[in-house]
Design a protein around this ligand. Structure first.
Ligand code: AMP
Length: 216
């Protein structure tokens, strides 16, 4: 059975960056990016879009039943020969139960949780520095940008994510701290918990991730 993984960690730990690096390295996998899927839904000016947008802007979790259905629908299209990498999911015991039920139903391996550990101070620094292109959704570091307004890739307007603003950052951290202990305990008890020092350079973190996800 193909081994699956969850890339987990504080907001700002580098989950998306590392997953994008994995894609560029040529490693093939099925990416379940719940935050990205939700941002696409939130961009729609519909009652559902507005509801999702409001939850996200305040740093709260979006309705768990809705997210479960979203994940289930997404996995239905997964190529069973490729490893699945979950990004930003699951974030609670409830979501873990839901995901494991889907894995059993679809005959998928229960994923290993790979936790990128960074300090809260570093997470705040990275999130407040993050800018995102309103068009192509690429992430950038504000301090490293030559032009603070325009996307380096497509020229689109750069914006700060609503949930990267200080009020929302605090609730996202509180939520993470609240869930982390039980989530870690669950995966440790399954023998499926790995920790990586996320304070190391992007390349060093990537090397560790590759050594885990690439079958020998
Ligand atoms: P992310 O891009 O992973 O930081 O997620 C951004 C926001 O999307 C979070 O602050 C939540 O509001 C929402 N979100 C992401 N993943 C989940 C999830 N597994 N369950 C519920 N809401 C989520």
């Amino acid at each position: 059975m193909t081994k699956n993984f969850i890339i987990y960690g504080y907001p700002g730990a580098g989950k998306t960056t590392q997953i994008e690096m994995l894609k560029k390295s040529g490693f093939r996998f099925f990416h379940v990016a719940v935050g990205k899927l939700l941002r696409e839904i939130a961009a729609d000016d519909t009652p559902l879009g507005r509801k999702v947008k409001d939850s996200m802007a305040s740093g709260e979790l979006v309705d768990e039943d809705f997210v479960l259905r979203l994940v289930k629908d997404t996995l239905r299209t997964a190529d069973r020969n490729l490893p699945i990498i979950f990004d930003g999911y699951p974030r609670s015991m409830n979501q873990i139960r839901g995901m494991e039920e889907i894995c059993r139903e679809y005959g998928l391996d229960i994923p290993t949780l790979v936790c990128l550990k960074i300090t809260k101070e570093e997470a705040v620094r990275r999130l407040t520095d993050r800018r995102i292109c309103s068009v192509c959704k690429e992430n950038f570091s504000f301090t490293e940008l030559p032009d603070k307004e325009k996307c380096l890739k497509c020229g689109g307007k750069l914006i700060q994510r609503e949930d990267d603003k200080p009020e929302a950052i605090e609730s996202r951290f509180d939520l993470f701290d609240l869930q982390f202990g039980v989530i870690r305990h669950h995966y440790q008890s399954l023998g499926k918990y790995v920790e990586i020092d996320g304070m190391k350079s992007e390349d060093e973190v990537q090397e560790k991730i590759i050594s885990l996800v690439r079958p020998i």
